[in-house]
Design a binder for this molecule. Structure first.
Ligand SMILES: *Cc1c(COP(=O)(O)O)cnc(C)c1O
Length: 340
């Protein structure tokens, strides 16, 4: 059900974000996939957010949030070691302000180095994500930094929404948008833009089937906590926050459906995107393709999905494209050669 009038943001907020991003994080290519069109029987486009300067779309939201900080804010902080941390680091450097990314001692050195290389200070605190979170709160209280949420912030949501604006402006014939779904900032923003421009469009969120926090929250009718599992779609892990203020209600009001996919389905879709479209993309990007390959969705016309990022462990990726088993935490995804 669409309730555009109830959302805390409007298309104007997304248009304003477009101005902020211009020349820095906008205008990624929207390319056709002849293979997926032939497979699924409808024109199929890929929005290449893996081409962003940080290798993922989160730069859009981070830039818009940083640009809209209250006057006199001393800098920004967050405790993401993934694409949000990279986005915040890059956005702060772009604007010439201080960024501190808090993380625990357990974070791999490659991730620490990656965030540092983008110009952020890295603060290594304690042995858990909770310790890192506490340090980030301390920086807010004692040093006047602003913490930027990866998904539950109106400026972040508006920034991610510019992707939907660009897609519908380039291809107004799109009837279905398949959006990878975790905390829901991306899906909320994209669905708002798309439905404001084309009320009849269908926007479907897709998550992995273990630890799908937004899916479980929508089912329960309020934010719920879920257990976290290792996944090939690691960018889609994590909770939506029990005090969620924006992304939960927007996903509830704007998404037409949420579909879940298994690790084996993600594995196969990563192979497909690599061999057919020659793309190196995170597991979190291919969940829409995975749902279609698994017969979990029916298309009605021109369709598009967002290739959200490329920041993945290449040793895992090369195992996948060569058909080997992949062990992640407590699970092993059984290998299979492409096309088998
Ligand atoms: C953050 C992220 C997502 C999910 O975005 P949400 O706004 O949290 O739903 C999807 N793909 C990648 C690569 C991401 O980094």
């Amino acid at each position: 059900m669409t309730h555009l009038s109830h959302t805390p943001l409007t298309l104007d907020d997304i248009r304003a974000a477009s101005e902020v991003l211009r020349g820095v994080a906008d205008a990624t290519p929207l390319v056709p996939s002849p293979y997926l069109e032939a497979q699924f029987g409808h024109p199929f486009w890929l929005k290449l957010e893996n081409m962003q300067p940080i290798g993922a779309f989160k730069l859009r939201g981070a830039l818009n949030a940083v640009a809209n900080l209250p006057e006199g804010t001393a800098g920004v902080t967050c405790c993401s070691t993934g694409n949000h941390g990279r986005g915040v680091a890059y956005a702060a450097a772009e604007r010439g302000i201080r960024a501190v990314v808090c993380m625990s001692e357990l974070v791999p050195q490659a991730k620490v180095d990656g965030i540092r290389a983008l110009g952020a200070e890295v603060r290594i605190i304690g042995r858990s994500q909770d310790d890192a979170q506490a340090e980030s709160h301390r920086l807010v209280e004692e040093e006047g930094l602003a913490e930027i949420s990866p998904f539950d912030d109106p400026f972040v949501i508006a920034g991610q929404g510019t992707i939907g604006l660009e897609m519908l402006e380039a291809r107004p014939e799109i009837e279905t948008l398949l959006v990878p779904l975790s905390g829901g900032g991306l899906a909320a923003g994209v669905a708002l833009a798309a439905k404001a421009l084309k009320p009849s469009i269908r926007v479907i969120g897709i998550s992995m089937d273990r630890g799908a926090a937004m899916y479980e929250s929508l089912r329960a009718g309020h934010p719920v906590e879920v257990e976290e599992y290792a996944s090939l779609a690691d960018s889609l892990g994590g909770g939506i926050g029990m005090q969620n203020r924006f992304s939960y209600s927007m996903c509830r009001d704007l998404l037409d459906d949420v579909v879940l996919v298994s690790e084996a389905e993600i594995y196969r879709a990563m192979q497909t995107l690599y061999y057919e479209d020659r793309m190196v993309a995170e597991g979190g990007c291919v969940v829409g393709i995975a749902a279609l390959q698994a017969g979990k969705l029916t298309l009605t016309g021109p369709t598009a999905t967002i290739i959200t990022g490329r920041n993945l462990d290449m040793s895992v990726f090369t195992r996948i494209v060569s058909g080997q088993d992949v062990t992640l935490g407590d699970i092993t995804v059984k290998g299979m050669p492409y096309g088998a």
